[in-house]
Design a protein around this ligand. Sequence first.
Ligand code: 5GP
Length: 125
Amino acid sequence: MPIDATQPYDPDNIFARILRGEIPSRRVYEDDYAIAFHDIAPQAPVHILVVPRGAYVSWDDFSARAPAEEIAGFVRAVGNVAREQRLVEPGYRLLANIGGHGGQEVAHLHVHLFGGAPLGRMIAG
Ligand code: 5GP
């Protein structure tokens, strides 16, 4: 079920638990601002989730409330993951789902990073 992007932050959401190491993940990156791990149900040959360490429900929450240092750190981390995964050439896609129409299911901000093959049009029907 998609979440309401305006809901309060739930510290027991699944990505908060992955951040705390309570649930295993295939982690590929971490720094002071973010971690990244493989999506459990990949929708492309490479499908990685980049998650800020801070407690933000969604892109809306993050962009409104996060200090500039955390925003810069998170954006930098997303780029670092793509470079480390050698995705810059041939290319990749970023996606953030927000709230109901976006189909967001996990209530902790995450950016999907897709790659490893031509990805087709932006939105599949
Ligand atoms: P959303 O729809 O919220 O943008 O995407 C949530 C993503 O999290 C989905 O692609 C889903 O496969 C992934 N996911 C959900 N639970 C887990 C989990 O426990 N571990 C990992 N690695 N990915 C998960």
